[in-house]
Structure formats: structure tokens, C-alpha cells
Ligand binder design. Structure first.
Ligand SMILES: NC(=O)c1ccc[n+]([C@@H]2O[C@H](COP(=O)([O-])OP(=O)(O)OC[C@H]3O[C@@H](n4cnc5c(N)ncnc54)[C@H](OP(=O)(O)O)[C@@H]3O)[C@@H](O)[C@H]2O)c1
Length: 253
């Protein structure tokens, strides 16, 4: 049996659909990773765990060692950690440094591990839904965002074994700018100032996460702008194009 944390999230939902009755999905209040003991009952008899730390869990209080102790004590063999590309490209910068330290803890554990380092998610554009306009900073900075369903597809394969000790960088098939994403959704584009974007993002993200995200969006490294082939390598099919995702999800905008 496979246990999926973050089962209500952007990656967890499609992952649960792919795994079907092979998996049990958990989220709060049943399992709160800020209180690792809450994982104990759901891990009974589990072989593999999909693990993610989102939102406030990227703060300094999360005890990954305690989480991994519970996982090992339950006899779980395999863990697939959802991290972020920033953990590899910016390991010294908050919040990427938090994910880098979680990655290190997983690599040093006695578990079979696979680490997923995705670029920004296509679903981040839901911030534009219902507004009739796409407002973003850094209008012409291109990044190869990825479909969370592709991350889920890679996770579904890795959770079933054969990918131990691998770190996969997961991107979409092409780098696109915010202006081009707006065009694909047939939305008029409005350039936001960095301050406007920061204020908007702070409504649903902790401040260090906002600042770390804005740095990547505005000043990506060459590595962060590159397309990776890992989605296709693991799943056997190409990564989803934003245009195709947009066509399927246009109704939400
Ligand atoms: N969004 C991006 O562009 C992006 C890019 C790269 C990497 N990532 C990484 O991907 C992961 C998911 O990102 P997201 O922001 O898109 O999240 P998300 O899909 O909105 O999902 C967050 C999930 O985490 C669960 N969760 C939150 N706090 C929890 C807690 N204390 N205990 C247990 N579960 C908890 C939520 O469940 P409930 O609220 O239902 O409890 C929800 O299912 C994060 O680790 C993020 O760093 C995101």
C-alpha cells in the first residue's frame, strides 16, 4: 500500500487518481506533518510514502528527522519526496534551503528514496481565474513551468520502485513567459510591479516563500530556464504543453 500526503493538493489529487486503490490519501486534520506522531496510524502496513511539505511546513519548526523516524519505525521501505528545483539551484536561499535540508535528510536515511525537483506549476495561473485579466510581474522572463499532473505521473512510477537514489528535475517541454501564458488562456495581460505581486502573493504564502519565489521568477539561473527530459524519461511520454493544459482548463478562467 502507498500513502500519499498532501492528497488534496495540486500533485496529490492527480496522484490519487493514478494510483487508485493502491493508495490511501491523507491530509489535515487526520495527518499534520507538524505533528509527526499523527502519521503513525496511517502508515501501518504501508510500503511506500509520497511526502510533501507545503506552506507553513517550509518554516523553521518542521522536524523532518522526527517524520522520517516515524516512517522507518512503521516499516515503510520507500519514500518519494516532492521538493523543488530551487533546492538544487539555490540551496543557500530561504525557503529553498529548507527543502534542500529535507532532501539531505531523506538521502541520508536508510530508506529507498527518489526526489522530485519541479519547476513552477502550471496551476499557479489559477491566481488569474475569475478576474478576466492576467496580472504578473516579469512579463517577458521565460521559465519551463510543469503540469502538476506530470509530476504526479512521475511520482506514481517512482512509488512503485526501480527509481531509488534518483533526483529528477521536472519541467514542461518549453520555457514560456507570463505574457505567453496569458495569451494561451486568451486573457489580456497586465504587467504588475514586484511590490504589487508581493502583496498579492502574501495573501496565500508565507513571506519567505513569496520572496524566494519572486527571485526565481524575476532572475532565473540558466539552469532554471532549461527544459529537462526527466518527465519523458520516467513516464515514457512527453511532458504536457501549457497550450494543451490551457485548452483543457480554459473554463476555469
Ligand atoms: N507551486 C509551485 O509552483 C511549486 C513549485 C515547485 C515546488 N513546489 C512544491 O510543491 C509542494 C506543493 O506545493 P503547492 O504550494 O502547490 O501546494 P498544494 O498543492 O496547494 O498542496 C499543499 C498540500 O499540503 C497539505 N498540507 C499543508 N500543510 C500540511 C500539514 N501541516 N500537514 C499535512 N499536510 C499539509 C495540504 O493539505 P490540507 O490543506 O488539505 O491539509 C495540501 O494537500 C510544496 O512542497 C512546494 O514547495 C511548488
Amino acid at each position: 500500500m502507498i500513502v500519499v500526503t498532501g492528497a488534496t493538493g495540486n500533485v496529490g489529487r492527480p496522484l490519487m487518481e493514478l494510483l487508485g486503490d493502491k493508495a490511501v490519501g491523507v491530509s489535515r486534520p487526520q495527518v499534520d506533518l507538524a505533528r509527526p506522531v499523527t502519521l503513525e496510524p496511517v502508515l501501518e502496513g504501508a510500503e511506500a510514502l509520497f511526502l510533501l511539505f507545503a506552506g507553513e511546513l517550509l518554516g523553521p519548526d518542521t522536524d523532518i528527522a522526527a517524520v522520517l523516524d516515524v516512517v522507518k519505525a512503521a516499516g515503510v521501505r520507500r519514500v518519494v519526496l516532492l521538493s523543488s528545483q530551487g533546492a538544487g539551484t539555490r540551496p543557500g536561499m530561504i525557503p529553498h534551503s529548507r527543502l534542500a535540508s529535507f532532501e539531505e535528510a531523506v538521502r541520508q536515511s536508510s530508506l529507498e528514496w527518489t526526489i522530485l525537483q519541479p519547476s513552477g506549476f502550471f496551476t499557479n495561473v489559477y491566481a488569474w481565474a475569475g478576474r478576466g485579466v492576467a496580472a504578473a510581474p516579469f512579463a517577458d522572463v521565460a521559465l519551463p513551468f510543469v503540469d502538476p499532473a506530470d509530476i504526479a505521473a512521475v511520482a506514481a512510477v517512482a512509488l512503485q520502485g526501480g527509481h531509488e537514489g534518483q533526483t529528477y528535475v521536472l519541467t514542461g517541454p518549453e520555457a514560456m513567459t507570463p505574457r505567453q501564458r496569458a495569451e494561451a488562456l486568451s486573457l489580456p495581460f497586465v504587467q504588475q510591479s514586484v511590490e504589487e505581486a508581493r502583496a498579492q502573493m502574501r495573501q496565500f504564502m508565507p513571506p519567505p516563500v513569496v520572496d524566494g519565489t519572486l527571485t526565481v521568477l524575476g532572475s532565473p539561473t540558466p539552469e532554471e530556464q532549461q527544459v529537462s527530459g526527466h518527465v519523458e524519461q520516467v513516464t515514457g511520454r512527453p511532458a504536457t504543453r501549457f497550450a494543451d493544459w490551457a485548452a483543457r482548463n480554459a473554463h476555469a478562467f
